[in-house]
Design a protein around this ligand. Structure first.
Ligand code: AKG
Ligand code: FE2
Length: 335
């Protein structure tokens, strides 16, 4: 295992609930193909928006971040679903967009990431379907949420990843891997963690998305302020392309607002030991690595896309939406 963690790194991870591994990935080899693939997705989207009369020009002379910012600002639309490697949690239609291209699949199967996971959960590794790309636009260009009048896709509110899955996965040893495609800074909305609180169990989360914004400016499913540690414990984590952040499922974390002029671009992936519930059974995971049964590993990006196409067909067939989390919108802690 070329990229396995040292004993020191493992001890730090276990004590702090998170660890940043600097330079775990090679930006040119591991990240550039994703940027190229996303350039094509954005190109198609821009052409479709022009054809639909929603965009004046395709802006194909602009670099990715400027082009996307321009398109966010001009359309006022939340376009993230066109890029995300997951379906949304509800209202799924037969043509709901998502992106599960070969470069994204290669990232999920990245050897250095899987080696890191192997040093924490062993050699039987499942790629958990709770996975996202985040293209957080500069706040001045972000689409406005009609319900709240506030910009959308800005700060991610404080939460534990254990809190955004169903209860069956409470004891699943899910590890989160967060990685920036381009530099993540205090200004453009890097991650923030609350170290050493991961041993205190699952905290209450509020699902009420119109509630007062969380203390970092985020809205949506969040841990109410009284359950969070003190503000001076918050640890912001600026990161470079190539760095990875790994987190325990119970580490409280958030991300800052993007007050810069460019998009904060990241992926968050999750892995758990094969056979343990993922906490999102309506969505497909796959065996990423198995020493016991190498033949069960998924190596074909098209087969992966097919799993998501099947999920989309099932979830858009008119049955009630599955449950995605346990929180009751009217809970007293959320008032
Ligand atoms: O990227 C973000 O803003 C939030 C990511 C996150 O919550 C996670 O990786 O679990
Ligand atoms: Fe998270």
């Amino acid at each position: 295992m070329a990229a396995s963690l040292t004993d020191d790194q493992r001890t730090t991870f276990e004590r702090e609930g998170y660890l940043v591994v600097r330079g775990a990935l090679d930006p040119e080899r591991d990240l550039a193909p994703i940027a190229a693939e996303f350039g094509q997705v954005l190109d198609r989207l821009a052409n479709d928006l022009v054809a639909a009369g929603e965009l004046a020009a395709t802006y194909d002379d602009l670099p990715f971040s400027d082009r996307l910012t321009r398109i966010y600002a001009e359309t006022g639309r939340d376009l993230i679903q066109h890029f995300d490697c997951s379906l949304p949690q509800g209202n799924i239609k037969p043509d709901t967009p998502f992106w599960t291209g070969p470069a994204v699949f290669a990232l999920l199967r990245n050897g250095a990431i899987l080696d890191t996971m192997e040093s924490l959960i062993g050699p039987e590794i499942y790629a958990n379907p709770v996975q996202h790309v985040r293209l957080k636009p500069p706040e001045h260009a972000a689409p406005v949420d009609p319900l709240t009048g506030r910009p959308k896709i800005v700060a991610t509110p404080w939460h534990q990843d254990n809190g955004v899955v169903t209860e069956d996965a409470d004891e699943t040893e899910t590890i989160t891997v967060w990685l920036p495609l381009t530099r993540a800074t205090l200004e453009n909305g890097c991650m923030v963690v609350s170290p050493r609180h991961h041993r205190e169990g699952l905290l209450p989360h509020c699902a009420n998305d119109t509630a007062a914004v969380n203390r970092n400016g985020g809205a949506g499913l969040h841990i109410p302020d009284p359950y969070l540690g003190s503000r001076d414990e918050e640890m912001p984590l600026p990161m470079e392309a190539g760095d990875i952040l790994i987190m325990n499922r119970r580490t409280p974390h958030a991300s800052l607002r993007n007050v810069s002029d460019h998009v904060r671009w990241s992926f968050d992936l999750r892995y758990n030991p094969i056979g343990q519930p993922t906490g999102r059974s309506a969505f497909p995971g796959f065996v990423a690595r198995s020493a016991a049964d190498p033949g069960s590993e998924l190596h074909d990006p098209i087969a992966w896309t097919d799993l998501w196409l099947d999920a989309r067909a099932n979830l858009s067939s008119g049955l009630p939406d599955p449950t995605f989390n346990r929180w009751d919108r009217s809970a007293v802690t959320c008032a």
